[in-house]
Write a protein that binds this ligand. Structure first.
Ligand code: AOF
Ligand code: ZN
Length: 362
């Protein structure tokens, strides 16, 4: 009986345990910035998982520390799987390499090297130097996708920017999202959970509207940023908007008066309005991922995004083709004017009755 369990477990390959790491890492989706999401699994010689952990939040211990604690003395001679290279530096927390060495693990399997210049393969070198067998690059694509925003920020210094919009069959922007999109389990509700901040145009601020919020259970809500450029004198925030979010930042021109003044609302004056300055502002807040929600007929907002795309500041596009009933509320706006976008790695899927297409701007 014991033997049959062992054979079943032995069929599990490195990829299997790494996919579990990614799953664990995603438990903290939207909560780890500026840190990455990381998951770790400790597997004993019989192929049994004896410890699991993930990084819950910047400032808290890393995934390896939780998994080693969970494994206790079973970590000795075991294999540790980590979706990101273990760190070798003293940051807010001590190095994970030392924790793994101290726990006497025999082998470490790493999903991807950490692009953070203070780590960048030094973690792997340290482990190898202490006689641990290290394998790098298992389920690497999956691990990179998990932390596409963190990687982008480490490499370029700017937060990862994604653009979302809904399209009519005519190719025009529609303001209304598709059926079920904003409800729990809907693509939009899940998308919001992934981003540190969501940026919307001021044209969204009607008396009956609310700011986007994720309906997923326990989701961390993104910070809401309202773009108020091009408002000549005053911008009035309706009560429904103020009640729909905990913390709102209004990015405004010098001349813009935002009213009413309220505790949860912060008005920041940008000297120069550009996607670059907005992203720099978000980067200073420690954010890795920003979602620009393109709706309304706010030409200033659309221009801002079009210019940002020209400057290669937008990496990803999420397009919804909502299920259409007899009445579609399409605007006259073509998302990119007379230009077209060059997209790669396209993926499409159905969500409720809506079609969702995701792609990366090349
Ligand atoms: C790991 N495991 O779970 C995470 C890692 O300030 P600290 O101490 O939290 O360090 C942050 C850096 O550590 C972060 O930029 C990234 O390079 C790495 N994150 N490393 O071994 C983890 N979250
Ligand atoms: Zn670490």
């Amino acid at each position: 009986r014991r033997r049959s369990v062992r054979t079943a477990c032995e069929r599990m390959d490195d990829g299997h345990y790494m996919r579990r790491c990614v799953e664990l890492a995603r438990t903290a989706v939207g909560r780890t910035a500026p840190n990455p999401m990381v998951g770790c699994v400790i597997v004993d010689g019989g192929g049994r998982i004896v410890g699991e952990g993930f990084h819950p939040k910047a400032g808290q211990p890393h995934a390896e520390v939780f998994a080693l604690k969970d494994a206790g003395s079973s970590a000795e001679n075991a294999t540790a799987y980590v979706s990101l290279e273990p760190c070798n530096h003293y940051g807010r927390t001590p190095p994970c390499t030392e924790a793994l060495i101290g726990a006497k693990v025999k082998r470490v399997v790493v999903g991807m090297v950490d692009p953070n210049p203070i780590v960048a393969s030094k973690g792997v070198e340290r482990l190898r130097g202490s006689g641990i067998d290290v394998t790098v690059g298992i389920e690497e694509k999956l691990c990179q996708k998990l932390n596409e925003a963190y990687i982008h920020r480490m490499v370029t210094g700017k937060p990862f920017a994604a653009l979302r919009y809904s399209l009519s069959p005519n190719g025009r922007i529609v303001n209304q999202l598709g059926k079920g999109a904003e409800e729990s389990g809907g693509y939009y509700s899940k998308l919001l959970q992934e981003y540190d901040a969501v940026v919307v145009p001021r044209s969204m601020l009607t008396a009956t509207s609310s700011l986007p919020s994720s309906q997923e259970t326990g989701a961390k809500q993104p910070l809401h940023i309202i773009i108020a450029s091009g408002v000549s004198s005053s911008l009035h925030l309706p009560v429904s908007i103020m009640e729909s979010a905990d913390q709102i930042i209004v990015l405004a021109d010098k001349s813009t008066i935002v009213e009413p003044e309220s505790k949860g609302i912060e008005v920041i004056v940008l000297e120069k309005f550009s996607l670059s300055s907005i992203l720099d502002f978000c980067g200073r807040l420690g954010f890795c991922s920003i979602l620009f929600d393109l709706r309304g007929d706010d030409e200033c907002f659309i221009e801002l995004i079009r210019d940002g795309i020209q400057e290669h500041l937008v990496q990803k596009v999420v397009v919804e083709i909502p299920s259409f009933t007899e009445r579609s509320e399409e605007t006259s706006i073509l998302p990119f004017g007379d230009k077209s976008l060059q997209l790669k790695d396209l993926q499409s899927r159905n969500s409720n009755e809506n079609v969702i297409v995701e792609g990366y701007i090349s």
